[in-house]
Design a binder for this molecule. Structure first.
Ligand code: SF4
Length: 189
């Protein structure tokens, strides 16, 4: 295992972090990964969306949020009124867990320096946590209420909403998700 501090990663910049992720063997997921899924979107965003773990399509392409969940994310971004320059998308962990199981705590912790360094470099106003796995990486076991913003260290706001994949099978949640978004528009508008 390589010991990487967040500040060392930040010093390396985006490309350095990408290189480190591409050679990382810090958890068992490196043994089964096809493509590591690093990020997409703006490098100076107002908002960073943090997903869970790469799924099958992402593992095949290396692109976060492709496939059906990606279409729901695109619809959500349009509903929020964001342009391409406004946001960026990253995952809590960068390698796909076999059979799409939930990431283990040890895997989330092993990947956390990459996540923290990406956030530091992206420096968003708002971090939108898409579901419970992202919450685990940010909140050390503490639970956030859905759609209830929390300011962290006076630097940025955390907001937890539903993961776009959860909207595929529970269409009734789309309206609920839109209400959570409407209640928080002031954070990015
Ligand atoms: S999931 Fe993260 S910590 Fe685990 S091997 Fe991939 S890049 Fe490294």
């Amino acid at each position: 295992m390589t010991i990487r501090t967040v500040s060392e990663l930040v010093e390396q910049g985006f490309e350095g972090i990408e290189n480190e992720i591409s050679i990382c063997t810090d958890c068992q997921l490196h043994k089964t990964v096809t493509n590591r899924v690093i990020s997409k979107g703006s490098r100076s965003p107002k908002i960073v969306f943090v997903g869970e773990a790469p799924g099958k399509n992402e593992d095949e392409t290396g692109i976060p949020f492709c496939g059906r969940a990606g279409k729901n994310l695109d619809a959500m971004v349009a509903y929020m009124g964001l342009s391409e320059d406004d946001y960026s998308v990253i995952n809590t962990i960068k390698c796909r867990p076999p059979n799409n199981r939930n990431p283990l705590k040890s895997e989330i912790n092993a990947c956390k320096p990459f996540l923290q360094a990406q956030i530091k470099l992206l420096n968003p106003k708002v971090i939108i946590l898409l579901g419970n796995t992202a919450e685990k990486a940010f909140c050390n076991g503490e639970k956030l209420d859905w759609g209830a913003p929390r300011i962290v260290d006076g630097k940025y706001t955390l907001l937890k909403i539903y993961h776009p994949a959860a909207l595929i099978y529970q269409r009734s949640r789309i309206e609920e998700q839109n209400t959570l978004i409407d209640n928080n528009r002031h954070l990015w508008e």
